[in-house]
Design a protein around this ligand. Structure first.
Ligand code: GNU
Length: 312
């Protein structure tokens, strides 16, 4: 297999770091943008330097300097963007429109993977305010990509394990509760939990795969399609103790939304669609999609009982 030249935009971030690592591990020539805007952010600089030590190439460019972006893009075949779409983090999905302008002008990119990595925004036209902004923005980015005829793959990675599994899907915390756990409805809606390192592995597998050209890659590892209750059972087995369960109805879950800050309002909407409506699993993958664990059975994905061991 010929190796690709890959540019990661957002390489120092939560998911981007994992993309850079996975790309280097697959033997691709891996470029990471070094933005002048990092200024005195010593953590970001150290991450970049550690990538360089591992063989990545740092390229100076800024998202507010079109020329610099075009020059960076001209060096590669594949662009992966992992800018944050999470509201309690930097949240800047529409900045990708500038990247698309540059990809259009450069004209050499064989595959662009925009920042998606969650639910499929194309299936969220009915989503609640204000959480729908995430999907509306991702669709705006898709529209720009498709109008510019840029070859793409959209990755629907479902629930990042650190946000959804380590906390047994409780909001407002990243750690498992010790006594009481809240079940959404009957806790019996199938969701999909994916270790972020696996998100990066599958994503890198797909960048030069003709089967995912202009398609959506859904990451649905079969053993990680679980209900909230099934996830909690795995945890209880690990700690050898039962948690006290209470359920919250859909109505009670949604009613206090006005009193929350904006990021939490966005979160409530997302959790509602995932855990009550079942938006991650209530559809079959059509001919515009492929499933990652089917295409790449060689990836030994992390099962959630293994993942949760870290939290004991
Ligand atoms: C969820 C969050 C966690 C929010 C997606 C508030 C877009 C997606 C599965 O907005 O990444 O506690 O697909 O108190 O397409 C937020 C994002 C997570 C929800 C995180 C999201 C999932 C966004 C919270 C909380 C753990």
């Amino acid at each position: 297999m010929g190796k690709s030249k890959v540019l990661v935009v957002g390489g120092t971030g939560y998911l981007g770091k994992r993309m850079v690592k996975a790309s280097l591990e697959e033997g691709h020539v891996t470029y990471v943008i070094q933005r002048p805007e990092i200024g005195l952010d010593v953590d970001k600089l150290q991450i970049l330097l550690s990538f360089k030590r591992q063989g990545a190439r740092l390229v100076q460019a800024s998202l507010s300097d079109h020329r610099s972006l075009v020059d960076a893009i001209k060096m590669v075949d594949v662009v992966i963007c992992t800018m944050s779409g999470v509201h309690f983090r930097s949240h800047n999905l529409l900045v990708q429109l500038k990247l698309i302008e540059a990809i259009k002008e450069a004209g050499n990119v064989k595959r662009f993977l925009p920042s998606e990595f969650g639910m499929d925004p194309a299936l969220m036209e009915h989503a609640m305010e204000p959480g729908r902004v995430t999907f509306d923005e991702k669709m705006e980015v898709r529209k720009a990509i498709e109008e510019a005829n840029i070859p793409y793959t959209y990755v629907s990675a479902n629930c990042f394990a650190a946000y959804f599994a380590g906390n047994l899907s409780q909001m407002g915390t990243l750690l498992p509760p010790t006594d009481k756990v809240l079940l959404y409805g009957h806790g019996n809606v199938k969701v999909v939990y994916v270790d972020e390192d696996d998100v990066a592995r599958y994503t890198i597998k797909t960048i030069d795969d003709p089967r995912t050209l202009n398609k959506t890659l859904y990451i649905r590892p079969p053993e990680n399609i679980l209900t909230q209750t099934e996830l909690i059972n795995k945890w209880e087995k690990l700690i050898g103790k039962q948690l006290q369960k209470s359920t919250i109805s859909q109505q009670d879950f949604l009613s206090p939304i006005k009193d929350l800050d904006y990021a939490q309002q966005v979160g409530v909407g997302h959790f509602y669609h995932i855990f009550y409506e079942g938006c991650l699993t209530n559809f079959e993958i059509g001919d515009q999609g492929e499933e990652a664990s089917e295409l790449y059975p060689e990836v030994n994905y992390t099962r959630m009982d293994e993942y949760l061991k870290l939290y004991v």
